[in-house]
Design a binder for this molecule. Structure first.
Ligand code: PEP
Ligand code: MN
Length: 341
């Protein structure tokens, strides 16, 4: 349920309304806009008398929210959420590119790739250290050592880093990692999501291979209901009958999600297509569709990469991509803010 307050509502009256709502066992999410204050109620609102609330002179309107996601809902928080990662902002008109190899392989590789993608304009560095591989015989990542190489390369180049966490027991190893990625395969690992809700890390939540947008937002809700609201959503392609691409990039997810939620939405065209040649056109399309950023796999020597070489760009191709995306951004689709709530 959402209570929209009148712009002249006195703080004293707002406080007593909030005390009353809390006494009904509800949590209140306050969204303070320029000219409107919204109280989002989370919990069992069946006992709330809408007529009584509407009759209060500080209340403009009261609406029930039918969607099962509340904290993540745009109706609770009409303004875009902007996430600040050690000074790098994403969302609300701030577009960022996360770039780096699928997997951390060596110190030389990380330092080279970090410097190249930074020079090309990426502000965040990625690198997997714990890899979710289909085969137990495939390279599983350098684990703790990989995280060290990633964070060193990030620090040396002044870039916050992004890496995938697969189990909450790994959390102490991620102390110097600014953004924890929850991969597609763990999007509905609810115990992991709950635990991440109790951390203060930024979470990059990827859409599952066969999950709806509502399911993605319910996973974000698991994290948010634990108190951590710093979440970036990522469309990374879904399973379809495509025989050529690794997945199918569902670009309609971008404007749809941005209507449904206030959280930033980025696109990963590398995993969505699986083919390096498709990463540039799909990046341009994602930027044009209104994405808040991109995550791109970049490798110094894709032919010999230990993971995902076919979809990895060389640094020069990445630099061209970053330039081309800049050209598209001024024409990108922007959702119209609701005229009135
Ligand atoms: C990755 O980003 O390296 C990865 C494994 O992605 P996804 O979970 O989307 O497959
Ligand atoms: Mn990968």
């Amino acid at each position: 349920m959402v209570i929209v307050l009148k712009s002249n509502a006195q703080q004293k009256s707002i406080d007593s309304l909030m005390d009353f709502l809390r006494s009904l066992g509800l949590d209140i999410h306050v969204s303070q806009g320029d000219d409107v204050t919204i109280l989002g109620l989370v919990g069992d609102t069946s006992r709330v008398d809408i007529d009584l609330l509407t009759a209060l002179d500080i209340v403009k309107t009261v609406r029930r929210i039918s969607e099962p996601y509340k904290d993540a809902n745009r109706k609770f928080h009409p303004a875009d959420t902007i996430i600040d990662i050690d000074g790098v902002k994403i969302g609300g008109g701030n577009f960022q590119i996360i770039a780096g190899p699928c997997s951390v392989e060596s110190e030389e590789q990380m330092n080279f790739v970090a410097k190249s993608v930074k020079d090309a304009g990426a502000k965040l560095l990625r690198g997997g250290a714990f890899k979710p591989r289909t085969s137990p015989y495939a390279f599983q990542g350098l684990r703790e050592n990989g995280l060290q190489l990633l964070t060193q390369a990030g620090q040396a180049n002044g870039m916050p880093v992004v890496s995938e966490i697969m189990d909450i027991a790994q959390l102490p190893l991620f102390e110097d990692v600014q953004v924890l990625q929850v991969g597609a395969r763990n999007m509905q690992n609810f115990e992991l999501l709950k635990e991440l809700g109790h951390t203060s890390k930024v979470i990059l939540l990827k859409r599952g291979l066969a999950n709806t947008l509502e399911e993605l937002l319910m996973s974000a809700e698991y994290i948010m209901s634990g108190g951590n609201e710093r979440i970036i959503l990522c469309e990374r392609g879904i399973r379809t009958i495509s025989a050529v691409t690794r997945n199918t990039l569902d670009l309609s997810a971008v404007p749809l999600l941005k209507e449904m939620t206030h959280l930033p939405v980025i696109v990963d065209p590398s995993h969505a297509t699986g083919l390096a040649g498709l990463v540039l056109p799909m990046s341009l399309a994602a930027a044009a569709a209104g994405a808040d950023g991109l995550m791109i796999e970049v490798h110094n020597d894709p032919e010999h990469a230990l993971c995902d070489g076919r979809q990895s760009l060389r640094p020069e191709a990445f630099a061209q991509l970053a330039k081309a995306v800049e050209q598209v951004l001024p024409f990108a689709y922007k959702r119209e803010a609701e005229a009135s709530l």
